[in-house]
Design a binder for this molecule. Structure first.
Ligand code: NDP
Length: 514
C-alpha cells in the first residue's frame, strides 16, 4: 500500500509536477541498454544461484525485459538461512546495544534518502507504478527506517508488584531469531521496510525473498544495507520464483515468517509454519467497502473513491473495490464516477501527467481480464471500461460495474485491478450489512458530514482500518493490518516490534536468605 492519497501522489495539490518533468526522456536512454544483472546477497557476498539459473524482469510499460536475477536453489536457500542463523547466534546484531542498531538504521535511512530517485526508478521499471507516486513512497521508506530504529531503542517490557511477598516480576522482549520476509510486487520497498526495519531494530536477522516481479529494487536496497555497515549475514536477500518461497518457509531454522500477498498463499504459509510453531504475520487480501452517504461532500467522496480504487491501477491490498452509495446520490455519483473513469490519462509511468500506469505483470493482466470475462458471463451492468487497451503495454481501462448482485464473483473476490463495483444502499443498517458481507476485513472508507453516523460506522465495520472522509491515508505511527481473512497481526505503529520479539517473564525471589 502507499502512504499518500491519490491527489498528493499526483502532485496536484502542491503543484510539484514540474519536479517530475525531468524523468520523461529517460526511457530513450534505456532503449538498447544491456540487461541489468544483479546477484543475491548471502552472508555478506553477492552470489549467483549455485546452478546459475536466472529469471528475467519485464518492464510492464514497454513489455521489454530489462533485468535478470538468480533463481535460488534449495541449497542457496539453506545457505542464506544458515548465514542468518550464524549471524543471530553470534550475537553480533542480536546482542548489540539497541542504540548501535538504531545508528545503523539511521545510516540506512540516510542512504535511502540519498538514493530515492534510483530506487524509485527501479520500482517504476519493475511494476509500472507512477514515478510521481514512487518518489514520495520511497522517501517514506527512509523515514520508516528512522522510526523503527528509534522504536528499537525503546523496546521494553513491564514490571509488576506481585502479591506474593519477597518476589518481584517483570517481562522483557527479546528478538525471535531468524525472520523470513516474503514481500510483494505492488509496493516493493515500503512493504519490505515494514518488516525489515522492525525485525532489525529488535535484533533479529533476516532472509528476504522479494516477488519475482520486483527483485531489483530490493537487491539495490541490499547494496545500501551493506554500505550502512550492517554486519554480514544479518540481512540476506534471495531471489527466485515458483519454489523459493516455500523452501524458505519450510526451513527449520526460520523462526518467524512475515508475508504480504494473497490470502491463498498466506494460508499455505500459515499451515507450514503451524507444523513447527514458527511465528507468522500475514498481510493479505481485501475487498474493502468505500461507503458514500447522502450527506457526503460528493466531490470529495468521488475523489476519494477514485483514489481508493484507481490509484496504482487498483493493485493495492487496501483498494476500495466495493463502492457503496446511498440511494439519494447513487445516480449522480455513478454518472460522475463513470465520466471520470473514462477520462483518465493513461501512459508512461515516468511522465509527470500520467494518472494511471500499466498493470504490473502479464500474470496480473491475465487475472484482471479474466474478471472482465466473468462479468460478461454474469451479465453485469458495465458503466465504464472493462477492456484491455488496444495499445502496447499492460494497460486495462479503469472499470466501473453498476449495481452487481451481491453474489457476483467480482463483488466477492479480490481482483487487484482498477475495477470498482458500485452498489446502492438505502440506510445505515444496509450499509453495515453490505460492508461486512465479505470474508475480508482489511480497510474501509466512510463519507459523511454527520459525526455521529461516522462514529457508529467506525464501530460497526469489521476492518483493520476505517477512513472517514479520506482514503488510503497512512503512516508509520498507526498500525496496518486486517480482520478476518485479511491477515494476522499488525505492521507499523507503536507495537510493531511485538511482531518481531518474544516476551520473556522473569520472577525474582528478593529474599536473599531463602
Ligand atoms: P502470492 O500471494 O501468490 O505471493 C507470491 C509470493 O509468495 C512469491 O514470492 C512466492 O515465492 C511466495 N509463495 C508462493 N507460494 C508459497 C508457499 N507455499 N510458501 C511460501 N511462499 C510462497 O502473490 P502473487 O504475486 O502471485 O499475486 C497473486 C495475487 O495476490 C494478486 O493478484 C493479488 O490479489 C494478491 N496480492 C496481494 C498483495 C497485498 O498487498 N496484500 C500484494 C500482492 C499480491 P515463489 O515464487 O518462490 O513461490
Amino acid at each position: 500500500m502507499n502512504l499518500l492519497t491519490y491527489e498528493q501522489a499526483l502532485g496536484s495539490e502542491d503543484g510539484c509536477r514540474e519536479e517530475y518533468l525531468m524523468y520523461e526522456g529517460l526511457r530513450n536512454t534505456w532503449a538498447g541498454q544491456p540487461l541489468v544483472r544483479k546477484n543475491m546477497l548471502i552472508d555478506g557476498k553477492w552470489v549467483a544461484a549455485s546452478d546459475q539459473a536466472t529469471l528475467s524482469c519485464l518492464d510492464p510499460y514497454s513489455e521489454q525485459e530489462w533485468a535478470e536475477v538468480p533463481v535460488a536453489t534449495v541449497s542457496d536457500v539453506d545457505h542464506a538461512v544458515s548465514s542468518a542463523r550464524r549471524a543471530f547466534d553470534s550475537g553480533i546484531w542480536s546482542n548489540a546495544p539497541p542504540a548501535a542498531r538504531f545508528a545503523a538504521l539511521r545510516r540506512l535511512g540516510q542512504l535511502i534518502e540519498d538514493n530515492v530517485e534510483a530506487l524509485a526508478l527501479a520500482q517504476v521499471r519493475e511494476n509500472g507504478k507512477l514515478m510521481t507516486e514512487m518518489v514520495p513512497s520511497t522517501r517514506a521508506v527512509a523515514s520508516d527506517s528512522h522510526f523503527f530504529g528509534a522504536l528499537g531503542e525503546m523496546t521494553h517490557g513491564y514490571t509488576v508488584e506481585p502479591s506474593i511477598p519477597n518476589f518481584t516480576a517483570y517481562t522483557r522482549r527479546e528478538p525471535i531469531g531468524v525472520v523470513a520476509a516474503i514481500t510483494p510486487w505492488n509496493n516493493p520497498l515500503v512493504l519490505l521496510g515494514w518488516k525489515l526495519f522492525p525485525a532489525l531494530a529488535a535484533g533479529n536477522t533476516i532472509v528476504i525473498k522479494p516477488s519475482e516481479v520486483t527483485p531489483v529494487s530490493t537487491l539495490m536496497l541490499g547494496e545500501l544495507i551493506e554500505k550502512a555497515g550492517i554486519p554480514a549475514g544479518v540481512v540476506n536477500i534471495i531471489t527466485g520464483a515458483g519454489a523459493t518461497g516455500q523452501a524458505l518457509v519450510q526451513h527449520p531454522d526460520v523462526d518467524k515468517i512475515a508475508f504480504t500477498g494473497s490470502t491463498q498463499t498466506g494460508v499455505a504459509i500459515a499451515k507450514i509454519a503451524a507444523e513447527r510453531q514458527a511465528r507468522v504475520s500475514l498481510e493479505l487480501g481485501g475487498k474493502s467497502p468505500n461507503i458514500v452517504f447522502n450527506d457526503a461532500n460528493l466531490s470529495s467522496a468521488i475523489n476519494g473513491v477514485i483514489g481508493g480504487i484507481f490509484a496504482a491501477a487498483g493493485q493495492a491490498c487496501n483498494a476500495g473495490s466495493r463502492v457503496l452509495v446511498q440511494r439519494g446520490v447513487y445516480n449522480e455519483f455513478l454518472e460522475r464516477l463513470s465520466q471520470r473513469a473514462n477520462a483518465f490519462r493513461m501512459g508512461d509511468p515516468l511522465a509527470a501527467d500520467t494518472e494511471i500506469g500499466p498493470l504490473s505483470s502479464r500474470a496480473q493482466m491475465a487475472k484482471v481480464t479474466s474478471y472482465f470475462d466473468i462479468a460478461r458471463g454474469e451479465n453485469l451492468n458495465l458503466a465504464a471500461g472493462g477492456v484491455r487497451l488496444d495499445r502496447p503495454g499492460l494497460f486495462v481501462s479503469p472499470t466501473v460495474y453498476a449495481d452487481p448482485p451481491k453474489a457476483s464473483r467480482l463483488v466477492r473476490e479480490e481482483i487487484f485491478g482498477p475495477v470498482a463495483m458500485v452498489m446502492p444502499f438505502d440506510d445505515e443498517q444496509e450499509a453495515v450489512t453490505l460492508a461486512n458481507d465479505t470474508i475480508f476485513g482489511l480497510a474501509s472508507g466512510v463519507w459523511t458530514q454527520n459525526l455521529s453516523l461516522a462514529h457508529r460506522m467506525i464501530k460497526k465495520i469489521r476492518a483493520g482500518t476505517v477512513w472517514v472522509n479520506t482514503y488510503r491515508m497512512g503512516g508509520h505511527v498507526i498500525p496496518f493490518g486486517g480482520f478476518k481473512a485479511s491477515g494476522v497481526g499488525r505492521e507499523m505503529g507503536l507495537h510493531a516490534l511485538d511482531q518481531y520479539t518474544e516476551s520473556k517473564s522473569v520472577w525474582i525471589n528478593t529474599d536473599a536468605q531463602s
